[in-house]
Design a protein around this ligand. Structure first.
Ligand code: DGL
Length: 268
């Protein structure tokens, strides 16, 4: 079983890609909503949460954990790999493809404060941003919007516009979504961008990486095409409200969501 973890509903944007490439895999998802957002919190606290949630997922039978949160990956992936003997797949800041394909030489990255401070991001920046100007923007308030299910409408447009418009004015032709909550704002971001830049979501590449790791682990490649209705079981745990979680799961999985299980989780 594959465990998937985020501070809230954001990781569902990764789970969506995971279930697309591994439709028969069983998933267990933890939304740590009681402590969301992670972005402004001290990294040591985020490490503590990542350890507790990982222990929980392993106790449920996870043999692979996808840390579907850029902030938790930045703070905790090294500690997680050192502490548990199962593989962990984390989020990669997708600066490399953006820098590689940029024609204007300007790339925008939208992420949380915690992600920008992490060594993973700083290393990626040092390695792949040569010759490219990178505009970093903390998306303060965007995670909260997504958690409330406010994916479109005037409030979302105002906030997204405040962050994205200056990037476009500075010539950015690629905008990297460096937080797993942000893909749920894609319709709003597209409205603001209006064809002026490519929006880069690293989730599909992370899902393919998880598929490769699972193949190595279990000795076979989880299949891509499955007959309709043959999907694996999914269980969702939340330490906070699960209202938006249930809505987004249904939006992603349609009627298959009827067969999924939801549980509230007291702080683990
Ligand atoms: N989904 C998150 C990320 O990818 C967490 C954001 C937050 O909790 O602040 O960074």
């Amino acid at each position: 079983m594959t465990g998937v973890y985020d501070s809230g509903v954001g990781g569902l944007s990764v789970w969506k890609e995971l279930r697309a490439v591994m439709p028969s895999e069983e998933f267990c998802y933890v939304s740590d909503g009681a402590f969301c957002p992670y972005g402004p919190k001290d990294p040591s606290f985020v490490v503590e949460r990542a350890m507790a949630v990982s222990r929980f997922l392993i106790s449920r039978g996870a043999d692979l954990i996808v840390v579907a949160c850029n902030t938790a990956t930045a703070a905790a992936i090294t500690a997680l790999r050192a502490s548990f003997d199962i593989p962990f797949v984390g989020m990669e800041p997708a600066l490399k493809p953006a820098a590689l394909h940029s024609k204007s030489g300007v790339v925008g990255v939208l992420a949380t404060a915690g992600t920008f401070k992490g060594r993973l991001y700083l290393n990626t920046l040092a390695r792949f941003s040569g010759g490219v100007k990178v505009i970093q923007q903390v998306g303060t308030g965007l995670v909260e919007l997504v958690e409330q299910g406010m994916l479109e409408g005037p409030e979302a447009e105002t906030l997204v516009g405040r962050y994205v418009e200056p990037m476009l004015e500075a010539g950015a032709d690629h905008i990297v979504l460096g937080c797993t909550h942000y893909p749920f704002l894609t319709a709003t971001i597209e409205k603001i961008v209006a064809g002026r830049a490519v929006i880069v979501n690293p989730a599909p590449a992370v899902a393919r990486q998880a598929q490769r790791v699972l193949a190595g682990l279990r000795g076979e490649l989880p299949q891509k095409a499955e007959p309709a209705g043959a999907s694996g079981a999914c269980t969702f745990f939340s330490t906070g409200s699960d209202e938006t979680l249930r809505k987004l799961v249904r939006q992603i999985a349609g009627d298959e969501a009827d067969g999924y299980l939801y549980h509230s989780l007291y702080i683990i």
